[in-house]
Design a protein around this ligand. Structure first.
Ligand SMILES: C[S@@+](CC[C@H](N)C(=O)[O-])C[C@H]1O[C@@H](n2cnc3c(N)ncnc32)[C@H](O)[C@@H]1O
Length: 277
């Protein structure tokens, strides 16, 4: 049975619409995840880069990409998400900096030739939605990157998600159903999910093996958050003191890259490079 159902994911994100923007703003923990994701973008983007954004959603990261380049192509599987992305660009006055908006599935980048982009950004989990097509998608990304080009992406993480939603899991899910999810990493009708949000949650070892199979060199692996997990109330307090908040974020970014913390957050962030030859 093929697990990736393109139409299901497209319909889900068409219906999800603006909630995608609100997701990042709903709590101080989400703001931490946003800051960690943006840190890695800023660390690797260079002025004038030719950039492809995949699964761009409503543009939470598009607005960062256009600070570096006017050679940015923005794509998503969902026409509704892409329309919202365009509206944000108009509202925030960077419409002219995006070269093109295009519907695209990360599993098929045939609209672009080999060796086209300096950077590809695929943040927020698109690779978690394609299940058994993940290697196809990673191979496509590698193909359209220039030699030495860099892919920045994030995927959902298994133990980090348990970490964040522990109470819900313990109260709502039976141990039998939870074991099906832990065994496969899949929130999918073939294992167990009470919701129509289907995704695959990765482990670090699995991700490393996938990247090795495709031939990417790992430059950075990071959790999306770790010290901040399950500390929403304390973070609200901390945010009131700008210097303390900034110091905390800087410490969080370092902690997220420590080997022992990689599986602590809801997402795993990876920065990987296509070899020069
Ligand atoms: C969780 S949102 C992330 C959006 C944005 N990158 C962010 O981090 O805020 C996931 C996005 O990936 C898109 N997506 C899911 N599967 C995809 C696929 N196979 N190809 C391209 N985009 C996909 C969805 O439509 C949605 O807009």
């Amino acid at each position: 049975m093929k697990l990736y159902d393109q139409k299901h994911i497209q319909d889900f994100y068409n219906a999800y619409a603006e909630q995608e923007t609100q997701r990042w703003e709903k709590s101080s923990i989400e703001k931490v995840k946003l800051a960690v994701h943006r840190h890695h973008l800023r660390n690797h983007l260079e002025v004038g880069d030719r950039i492809l954004e995949l699964g761009a959603g409503t543009g939470m990261f598009t607005q960062t990409l256009v600070e570096y380049s006017e050679d940015v192509i923005v794509t998503d599987l969902s026409p509704v998400q892409l329309e919202l992305n365009q509206q944000r660009a108009q509202r925030d006055k960077y419409y002219h900096k995006v070269k093109e908006w295009k519907i695209a599935d990360i599993c098929d980048l045939s609209d672009w030739a080999d060796h086209t982009f300096d950077k590809i950004v695929c943040y927020g989990g698109p690779l978690s939605y394609v299940f058994d097509e993940k290697i196809t998608a990673l191979n496509e990304m590698k193909r359209v990157l220039k030699p030495g080009g860099i892919l920045l992406f994030s995927v959902m993480n298994l133990w980090g998600t348990v970490h964040e939603y522990l109470f819900k899991i313990m109260m709502v899910t039976t141990p039998e159903d939870n074991e099906k999810v832990l065994k496969t990493g899949n929130l999918h009708p073939s294992s167990y999910t009470p919701s129509d949000h289907h995704c695959h949650m990765f482990r670090v070892q699995e991700l490393r093996e996938d990247l090795q199979q495709v031939g990417f060199e790992v430059k950075v692996l990071s959790a999306s958050n770790c010290l901040s997990a399950a500390r929403a109330a304390e973070l609200e307090e901390l945010q009131k003191n700008e210097a303390a908040w900034n110091y905390f974020l800087e410490m969080e970014i370092r902690a997220c890259q420590s080997a022992g913390m990689l599986e602590s957050g809801t997402h795993l962030i990876a920065v990987v490079q296509k070899p020069l030859i």
